[in-house]
Ligand binder design. Structure first.
Ligand SMILES: *Cc1c(COP(=O)(O)O)cnc(C)c1O
Length: 375
């Protein structure tokens, strides 16, 4: 039985052709025509004028925080329900994350708790420096409420849209919110360059500076001149070519993931105790991963047993993100709430959702889950 993966890369002849074009041009370096074009094309998809292609989404988060002036002694709000990279980047610049719970209606940062956190810290004379929102599993956070809150309290907004290319909120694309936004093209994301990321911003100077910092902060002179500490964070021209091919297939991949999501919802619609990541009104998700929750009290099994049953039939599934406030790494960090994220972690399971998943493969997933539930 072929193993069914959670979200494997989905590449085709277009990617192959572009990759070989980059190869044959001998621009096998973190510079070249495909890199420039990939930046332009990704920026256009996100409705943002400027973009810097980087080696990872994590690198993009690091540079965003640095360039927006976040540093030692600063506090940064991070949703507790996220991948660890969102929080780690805060530590890279010497700042401290404070974790805020998810909203049950969207699983993204809870705007009410964010308002409490911003008000309390402002009242204590130690205002929050920045807020990182995460568009979780490809669903945008509630920017209608979060943007004005950040403005009111003078906190810089950074959008971690690593999981969300192609999604939107109130008609605006993911990647267009905040002072800077971040995309990831890691191997399991909706679009992939095997590894890669993008920093997006309306601020041309910020993006130009990001490109410089990403190439060892080399000054624009013939010899090697440096006035600040840089990094080796630039994306390869080869991978940018691959990324351009992926962007051309974005609409088809969005449609495929939406279909997969709908089929799971239909298949489990009548089963008591099985629910899904809710679609928040106001947003259009990209359905990166379909996440189901299994309430052991009502559905007769739990996500651990279901995951084991799936694995026995060679199907990869993963628990929902383990909240940051539960991570040993962040045991000393402060957090506001956390019960919603804890519940999602305890019951949530990410199901195979790749855009190349075939209907017969999805049937195997569904049948296995239903058999485990005795439904
Ligand atoms: C994948 C991911 C990242 C990190 O992106 P990389 O390209 O893997 O470095 C950051 N934040 C979130 C929410 C992610 O899912």
């Amino acid at each position: 039985m072929d193993r069914i993966f959670l979200s494997p890369p989905d590449v085709g002849p277009t990617e192959r052709e572009l990759l070989l074009d980059a190869f044959d041009s001998n621009w096998i370096a973190p510079v070249g025509a495909h890199l420039d074009a990939f930046e332009r094309e990704a920026a256009a998809v996100c409705g943002v004028p400027h973009a810097a292609a980087l080696s990872s989404g994590t690198a993009a988060l690091h540079l965003a925080l640095l360039l927006l002036g976040v540093g030692p002694g600063d506090t940064v709000v991070v949703p507790t329900l996220t991948f660890v990279a969102s929080a780690n980047a805060v530590g890279y610049v010497g700042a401290e994350p404070v974790f805020v719970d998810a909203d049950a209606a969207s699983w993204c940062l809870d705007p009410d708790l964010l308002a409490e956190e911003l008000a309390e810290r402002a009242g204590a004379g130690r205002p929050v420096k920045a807020v990182i929102t995460v568009d979780l599993y490809g669903q945008c956070a509630d920017y209608t409420r979060i943007e004005p809150l950040c403005r009111e309290y003078g906190a810089v907004l950074i959008e971690d849209a690593a999981e969300a290319i192609g999604a939107s909120w109130a008609g605006r694309p993911a990647g267009s919110f905040g002072a800077a936004a971040v995309l990831s093209f890691n191997g399991n994301k909706l679009l992939t360059t095997s590894g890669g990321g993008m920093l997006l911003s309306a601020d041309r100077d910020l993006v130009t500076h990001a490109r410089k910092l990403a190439t060892q902060a080399r000054e624009d002179v013939v010899h090697y001149e440096h006035t600040e500490v840089g990094f080796n964070y630039r994306l390869s021209n080869l991978l940018a070519a691959l990324g351009r091919g992926q962007l051309r297939g974005l609409d088809a991949k969005l449609a495929a993931r939406a279909t997969i999501n709908r089929r799971y919802r239909e298949a489990f619609a009548g089963v008591d105790g099985v629910d899904f990541l809710p679609d928040a009104p106001g947003g259009e998700p990209n359905h990166w991963l379909t996440v189901a929750t299994f309430d052991p009290e009502r559905c007769g099994s739990d996500r651990t047993a279901i995951m084991a049953a799936l694995d026995a039939r060679s199907i990869e599934a993963r628990p929902a993100w383990k909240p940051m406030h539960q991570q040993p790494l962040y045991g000393g960090a402060s957090h506001r709430g956390g019960a919603v994220a804890d519940r999602i972690f305890a019951t949530g399971l990410c199901l195979p959702s790749g855009s190349s998943l075939r209907p017969d493969e999805q049937d195997r997933v569904v049948e296995t889950v239903l058999a485990t539930l005795g439904a």
